[in-house]
Design a protein around this ligand. Structure first.
Ligand SMILES: *Cc1c(COP(=O)(O)O)cnc(C)c1O
Length: 389
């Protein structure tokens, strides 16, 4: 009879097997970890969580998240990148790192609405002064800068109303007074606008959109060039506990290689559809930065190299909200839902007057996210919904 080695639960936990070295393949390995191991106590004590040449704890990163951070910084020609669990969390990271009670922050009136809501919360509960500026203010923003202004947020174009701000002019005015400029650069996917070249100090991205591309990941990034600025952000990142899941980091890494191809395909379809919508009598305005009558078009042309899949329309004022809601409901290929940058086309009506301090136009605003379907099929879908309206 064979003597069987006695089973031990310890064996389930400790194994001496090591996979052979020398494996090589394209995907970045998914390294999950809370605990990171040190070879001895001295190594543990010598290791600093700020130093990204080594590992201390899963919250601060594993080779998977370090790789994604490095690749995102490379794409935007930055030096540092911090990942956050959503685009909104990336905004939180910037605000918490750079603002304290008594400070003043300026945001564009067309800013991403949850960012506005967060700023209003900073004002109501944390003693931060929050003011909104006309996204087309350009150099005139200098008049709004106060001695306690610490940060100016920019977003170009605004992701619902599509005005394109003059980022270099805002940066010049800010820097003349020692004020930092953060940009929500989500619309450009980090590839159609070179934030740092145009003077921005902090480029924030919702990776949830184009970088993920799959409508299946929530993640954000904060990218910088300056080491001291990154140190301030990194301290807040630690204190806020903003870790990301490595499966999600992997999904974004997997999508990065097709980012430009997808972005360009969204862009080509969106321009075709926006131009077609301009010919329709139901529309009073098509808000797409590549169209000449979009506010800030000349700036877009000067500073951007592409446009992506997101744009809005204003229906003629003869249509009621009930009618435009029916239009959205009648669409078949376009689904109703927030976010963008995925393969599926989406359509959302916005009550823009409730979102803005000032809004000069009449008519209901409806936003399209053009996915990767055939543009002619999307045009046919919009056509049938307009005809039935
Ligand atoms: C989606 C979005 C965000 C937030 O990203 P989440 O990952 O959804 O939190 C921030 N800014 C803009 C412009 C966005 O479109």
């Amino acid at each position: 009879m064979m003597t069987q080695k006695k089973f031990s639960t310890t064996q389930l936990i400790h194994s001496s097997y090591q996979a052979p070295d020398g494996f090589s393949a394209f995907p970045t390995a998914i390294h999950h970890a809370s605990t990171v191991l040190f070879k001895d106590v001295a190594a543990m004590r010598a290791r600093s969580w700020q130093d990204k040449s080594a590992y201390t704890y899963g919250l601060h990163g594993t080779p998977t998240s370090f790789t994604l951070e490095a690749r995102l910084a490379e794409i935007e020609q930055g030096n540092y990148c911090l990942l956050a669990p959503s685009g909104l969390a990336a905004i939180t990271l910037v605000n918490m790192a750079l603002l304290q009670s008594g400070d003043d922050v300026l945001l564009p009136d067309n800013v991403y609405n949850p960012s506005r809501d967060q700023a209003d919360w900073l004002a109501s509960s944390f003693g931060v002064s929050v003011r909104y500026y006309d996204p087309l203010a350009g150099a005139a923003i200098a008049d709004l800068i106060q001695p306690n202004t610490r940060l100016i947020w920019t977003e170009a174009p605004g992701s619902v109303s599509m005005e394109v701000s003059d980022i270099p002019a805002i940066c010049a005015a800010a820097h003349a007074r020692g004020v930092l400029v953060a940009m929500d650069n989500t619309w450009s996917g980090g590839i159609a606008f070179a934030a740092f070249e145009h003077g921005v100090d902090i480029s924030m991205q919702a990776l949830t959109k184009y970088q993920s591309g799959g409508s299946d990941v929530l993640m954000g990034a904060v990218i910088t060039r300056d080491k001291d600025l990154n140190n301030r952000l990194q301290a807040a990142h630690m204190r806020l506990g903003f870790g990301v899941g490595m499966d999600d980091a992997y999904l974004v890494l997997r999508s990065l290689s097709t980012l430009k191809l997808r972005f360009d395909a969204h862009d080509a379809s969106a321009r075709k559809i926006a131009s077609w919508l301009k010919t329709r009598p139901e529309m009073s305005k098509v808000l797409h930065p590549a169209l000449e009558d979009c506010p800030g078009h000349a700036i877009w042309k000067r500073d951007f190299t592409g446009a992506g899949g997101l744009f809005s329309v204003l229906f003629d004022e003869r249509y009621s909200e009930a009618q435009t809601d029916q239009f959205v409901n009648t669409l078949e290929l376009f689904k109703i839902g927030f976010s963008w940058g995925g393969a599926h086309s989406l359509c959302v009506p916005y009550r823009i007057r409730q979102m803005r301090a000032t809004w000069p136009h009449q008519g209901v605003l409806v936003r399209f996210n053009i996915g990767l379907e055939d543009a002619d099929d999307l045009i046919a879908d919009i056509g049938q919904a307009l005809d039935r309206m």
